[in-house]
Write a protein that binds this ligand. Structure first.
Ligand code: NAD
Length: 336
């Protein structure tokens, strides 16, 4: 019938495509190598709190995505994170007010992936190793054997991970340079009082961004968790620093750098130092984009081979781009 679709990757773009295909009567299977939904917008259950280690908040500018946010808002699955951003640069801390609306999933980002995924068939812990074109359609091969037959394959992976699956079959991605940079992320539990004006801090040195997870609406502590913290923070390190240190960076070094940076930042804002009680690092290999690929994400579609590629990277890498990229491939395959 031409209506069997395989989607590889269960981040926001894969999920948004999957739901829209299902709504239009397609038979959809989503394959994901990891144990949970959401990709960079998944939520970690640490021994002390539920923490978004990737996407910290998102913005909404497109009317279609705004409608989705309004739906989430009605269901209390998102809330506005209202704070005055700050900038910490060249040793100086400055508030930097703006009018940007910023949204967070409540209690955390995972809620939104689970909401979109509710009517979608997802196979977790299934790393697709390669694709085989057969007369009856695509066969997807993982460690556990083949899955067949699909009329279309849609990759929702970062370009760098889509290439090894796709480039044997289609040249559509061949001329795009790898768009992503790596980012070290660190969740920190701290003891010590910090005034509420420090909530979201942009920076330009070792660290690019700090957010105060424990003041986001809906923040959830683990009951009887093993760390008696005052706050939880998430720090995203600069791409060049992250890539220089790489995935092999010892945790103790990451935490030490974070703790030094943190207390220097606090001092410049006139705040007493805090102590770090616990921390959890995550190396995001394909995180921040070098430069946008398009203002509005367009899918890459090879109609002859019946293969497509989507992802936030098709736009400028934001959560909204991922969502819209998912819808764009459905329009391209099924008609607008
Ligand atoms: P946004 O408008 O909040 O941020 C865009 C960028 O503008 C920020 O990164 C920051 O450099 C700057 N900025 C925004 N408000 C500022 C202020 N008040 N004062 C000073 N500088 C300010 O939101 P967006 O465009 O939707 O982007 C969302 C965020 O996600 C951005 O920070 C973006 O860089 C980030 N992002 C991060 C990753 C990652 O892996 N770390 C990946 C994709 C996007």
């Amino acid at each position: 019938s031409g209506k069997k679709i395989a989607i590889v990757g269960v981040g926001i773009s894969g999920l948004s495509a999957a739901r829209e295909f299902v709504n239009r009567g397609y038979e959809v299977t989503v394959f994901e190598k990891s144990q949970g939904l959401g990709g960079r917008a998944s939520t970690r259950r640490l021994p002390w709190a539920y923490v978004d280690v990737g996407v910290q908040y998102f913005t909404a500018s497109d009317p279609v995505f705004k409608r989705e946010v309004a739906r989430w808002l009605k269901r209390r699955q998102v809330a506005k994170w209202q704070f005055t951003p700050a900038v910490y640069a060249d040793g100086a801390f400055k508030l930097s007010p703006d009018n940007q609306e910023r949204w967070v999933g409540t209690s955390a980002m995972r809620v939104l992936s689970h909401d979109i995924a509710s009517n979608v068939d997802i196979i977790l812990q299934q790393r697709i190793k390669h694709l085989e074109p057969c007369p009856r359609g695509w066969r997807l091969v993982s460690e556990n054997g083949p899955f067949e037959y699909f009329d279309w394959v849609v990759s929702s992976l970062p370009l760098e991970q889509a290439l090894p699956l796709i480039s044997n079959h289609s040249a559509m991605l061949n001329n795009i340079s790898p768009p992503h940079r790596s980012v070290w992320a660190l969740a920190l539990a701290t003891k010590g009082l910090v005034p509420p004006f420090i909530q979201g801090v942009f920076s330009h040195d070792t660290v690019r961004w700090l957010s105060r997870a424990s003041l986001k609406p809906g923040f959830k502590r683990i009951d009887q968790g093993d760390v008696d913290f005052d706050d939880v923070w998430v720090m995203h390190f600069q791409e060049s620093w992250s890539e220089l240190k790489g995935r092999a960076l010892p945790h103790a070094e990451l935490q030490a750098v974070a703790s030094r940076w943190f207390n220097k930042m606090l001092a410049s804002a006139g705040v007493c130092p805090v102590s770090v009680l616990a921390s959890h690092g995550h190396f995001w290999k394909y995180a921040q984009m070098n430069a946008p690929i398009a203002e509005k994400p367009q899918p890459f579609v090879d109609g002859t081979r019946r293969i497509a590629a989507i992802g936030a990277w098709c736009g400028s890498g934001r959560y909204e781009d991922g969502f819209l990229s998912g819808l764009s491939v459905v329009s391209a395959i099924d008609g607008a």
